[in-house]
Design a protein around this ligand. Sequence first.
Ligand SMILES: [Zn+2]
Length: 115
Amino acid sequence: MSSKINTLHTARLKNNCPTCFGTDGLEFTFTQAEKESPLYKKPTAEIESKLYCHTCKNDIYPVNWTEDIERVFDYNKKIAETNKQYLKVKPLFYVLVIVAIVLVAAIVYLLIPTI
Ligand SMILES: [Zn+2]
């Protein structure tokens, strides 16, 4: 089972960076981890979010967020939620389902005595 991180949504902010006070460096990134098996892809329920400043190259942690940043965060989190990914089965899953149906049909056919 391998896992992978999907980016759901990114947004640049016009807000001041709490660290360097720059107004064009902040960016939100919303990600969702996904576990992958041969049969399906299963994303985690939780969306991870990160605020990064491209000007001072720092991660800005929620303790340092201003009210304005929080407001922008809430807005973008909703957008990220709409991009949220759900369990996806792969083609191999359907192949196995079809094989199972064919097998059951074959067994039923063999068990029913011919008239
Ligand atoms: Zn900064």
